[in-house]
Design a protein around this ligand. Structure first.
Ligand SMILES: NC(=O)c1ccc[n+]([C@@H]2O[C@H](COP(=O)([O-])OP(=O)(O)OC[C@H]3O[C@@H](n4cnc5c(N)ncnc54)[C@H](O)[C@@H]3O)[C@@H](O)[C@H]2O)c1
Length: 303
């Protein structure tokens, strides 16, 4: 395959002062992309802030004569989101790629989770996705081109103890992706989501590499997937790609054949008696552009 180049492209990567985002920013810049390196520079719970994280990524990119500029605004407010995207528009004249990667953790069992812990996490991951995607969207639509990559997690897609706030925020981005993929179709905007798994400061005390000597948890295992999703060569949209430890795969919202129980509303008992065919997962399918789920349902219900 010919080399995937980003010459002439402009990207914003939120939370790219460290961890996964830093690897995305560096790889994009290595391939000729001008990158806005956004990072608030706080701790992994979202407390505090500093310019040093974003500055370090920019210095590394400048070190190999790449093009990058730092931005220290928070994704958690709309004004912050606008300022982040404005940095790209003012410095480079456009935005082709948005990777919303910024994130924090405030884990707690649901019984003990405070409203502050709930809202704090939703605010950075999900509101943050809106705050940067909205101004980026308007600029991308004008140019009839765009690539957006949101960040989900198996903790949200499949659930994980103590992460009600994080799981909801991470799955919320999937809903946003599906809608933007539809709305972006006629403007050449592809919208996809990465589900990463790697050892970073966010996960250092969640995962135990010493217990798993057989796997390599380096963040750079995620980079090729995200950089491809950000490229012109990526024609897919509405995809969730899982990457980690050298493994790559697709996770998707799917549906089973279901059953049509009649035009007259059925009793609760009839529903219960049909539980097995209603919930059977042996023949799952995913929605296609040719037949959307509601078209499938209505076709079956019209029999
Ligand atoms: N590491 C994993 O295994 C894993 C798994 C699933 C999902 N994720 C997701 O991947 C993304 C990157 O995580 P990571 O593991 O590299 O963690 P990380 O803590 O190293 O990186 C997150 C970055 O986001 C920045 N940030 C936080 N709040 C911000 C804000 N309001 N505005 C701007 N920047 C902000 C932080 O300063 C930090 O540099 C996150 O969205 C995380 O939820 C990571």
């Amino acid at each position: 395959m010919s080399e995937i180049s980003f010459l002439g492209r402009v990207a914003v990567v939120t939370g790219s002062g460290g961890g996964l985002g830093k690897t995305y920013a560096i790889e994009l810049a290595r391939r000729g992309c001008a990158v806005v390196v956004n990072d608030l520079g706080g701790d992994r719970h979202g407390k505090g802030g500093s310019t040093s994280l974003a500055d370090e990524t920019v210095a590394e990119i400048k070190g190999f004569q790449g093009e990058a500029v730092a931005n220290y605004d928070s994704v958690s407010t709309f004004e912050g989101g606008e300022a982040i995207i404005k940095t790209a528009l003012e410095k480079y004249g456009k935005i082709d790629i948005l990777i919303h990667n910024a994130g924090i953790l405030r884990d707690r069992s649901f019984a003990n989770m405070s409203a502050e812990e709930w809202h704090g996490v939703i605010n950075v991951h999900l509101d943050g996705a809106f705050n940067v995607a909205k101004p980026a969207w308007l600029a991308m639509r004008e140019k009839n081109y765009g690539r957006i990559v949101f960040t989900s997690s198996v903790s949200g897609l499949f659930g994980n103890f103590g992460q009600a706030n994080y799981g909801a925020a991470k799955t919320g981005q999937v809903g946003l992706m599906h809608v933007l993929a539809i709305e972006g179709q006629k403007y050449g905007i592809k919208v996809n989501t990465i589900s990463p798994a790697a050892l970073t400061r966010m996960t250092e005390d969640l995962q135990r590499p010493e217990d798993r000597p057989d796997v390599d948890e380096s963040p750079t295992h995620i980079t090729p997937a995200v950089v491809f999703l950000a490229s012109e060569q990526c024609q897919a949209t509405s995809h969730i790609i899982h990457a980690g430890n050298g493994f790559f795969g697709r996770i998707q919202v799917a549906y089973n054949p279901g059953v049509f129980l009649g035009k007259t509303p059925v009793s609760v008992e009839t529903f219960a008696e049909n539980w097995d065919p209603i919930t059977d997962t042996t023949e799952m399918a995913i929605q296609s552009p040719e037949e959307r789920y509601m078209q499938y349902v209505l076709k079956k219900a019209a029999r």
